[in-house]
Each structure stands twice: as C-alpha cells, then as structure tokens.
Design a protein around this ligand. Sequence first.
Ligand code: KIV
Length: 279
Amino acid sequence: MKKYYIKDIQQFKQKKIKFATITAYDYLSAKIINDLDFPLILVGDSASMVIYGYDDTTPISMDEMLLVLRAVVRGAKTSLVVADMPFLSYQPSIEETIKSAGTFIKNGANAVKLEGGGGGACERVRALVDSGIPVVGHIGLMPQSINASSGYSIQGKTERQASKIICEARNLEKSGIFSLVLEGLPENLAELITKQLNVPTIGIGSGKKCDGQIQVFHDVLGFDSSFLPKHAKKYLNGYDAIFQGLEKYKEDVKKMVFPGKEHSVNLNKKILKKVSENN
Ligand code: KIV
C-alpha cells in the first residue's frame, strides 16, 4: 500500500469516489484502520471524552493530544494522519497557531484540522498553508464552541445561518484548506456546499451527499453502552463483546480454568526435587 497524500484525498472528489475516514487514538487501532486502507485518520480532539473521560472537547491539552498522536502515527504507516488542534492551541494568535500545528507536524502528523470559518480562522489557515502545513477546515456544529452555542445542535437551519455557513466554506477554500469537515448540517445544505467547493467535504451528521464521511472510532464500534449520537451507526456491539470477554476471563481465573497448561511451563522434576530438598 502506498502512502496517502493530500492530493490523493482531493482526487477522490475529482474522480467522484465516496470515501470513509475515521478517528483513532492508539497504536493498535490505527494499525487496523491502516490495514483496511482508510485514506485518512483523524486524531480527533474527541480523545478528550473517549480517551481521557472529560465531558467535552474543551479541556484536552496539546500534551494530551501529542501522546495520542505519537501512538497513532506509529500504527498508521500509509493513511494520512490529521491532528485536531485542541481548544486554545490556535485561538490566541497566528503565532500560537503555527507553533501548535508545527509541533504536531514534528510529531508525525501530515496535516491539522481547526474549527471555525470566520475571518480569524481563515487568517490562521492561510498562515499555516504558507508555512507548508496542510489544513482541514471544520464548520457547522463546532464542539469546541459548546459553551457559546449552548450545547450541540444542528446548525444552518435558517436562511441567515445557512448563507453564513456557505460563505464560511467558500472563504476557507480561498484560504487554502485541502478538505472541509461539515458537522451537524441539514443534508441539503451540506449537498449545496459540496457542489460549490472544489475541495472534498467530509460529513459527520450532515447526510450522505458529502464527498466523504468521518465517524468516531468508539461510536461505530459501540464501546459506550449508554450513549450513541444520532449521526452514528453501531457496526459492532463493542461494549457487550468486551464485557463478555472480560467476564469470562474473571470467571476462568476463579474456577482455575485459566491459566491452562498451554499458558505456562514447569521446572524439570529432578531440579524441582533438589530445589525443594535444599530450600
Ligand atoms: O474530534 C473529532 O472526533 C472530530 C469529528 C469531526 C470526528 O472532530
């Protein structure tokens, strides 16, 4: 398998090939995703919840993201690795943006993603692209703005909001993004944006008309028994599978079924005899 570059992601759109992408947070998961030939892996700031157990994406730090990124990079030999810029790693200034994104690139990321479509976000995208760092944009529902937007909800439902989002998408494209995540948009609005842009759109909770899709690893594999976002589909009941596996291990230890003969070795009988006589 050959390494994916940003031009390969862009060619999916030109060739009208729909593509799936996914998040990853550790070495072995990244290796499986890579073996499946996923073209793009996002080291999402959703690690904040699924890896570190925070309530939302605002607390995760650069250092916490870097630990996860380095593990993923070791497993993802051919997939393009995009590192999500955590809250406050780019908002303060353009300098801070380049420093944070550059740190991700130095640690093996091939590109970064940041949220926002206003003037400030576009300036940051331009500065990154000028520094040789490819950028994925992210508009619509932006989880890092949970406090400003009073929770998570579908965006762009009114004429004014929809026009603003279309304008943001166009401005981000002009600023140099190579792809754009559309989160939590009505399907027909995401379709309109997808048709207007030359760069591929990657949807999450925005219907099937985007060029590609992205999902959170733990959602599609059903790790959380108590929560599944509306936009996600459970392809595996991971919680039950893991629960049952661990339950069986626990029981086997109690009943001395595990470890079995095949899991250990014995000392030669003569040596054992000598050892027990002399000790
Ligand atoms: O962090 C994340 O998981 C994301 C989504 C777009 C998948 O940003």
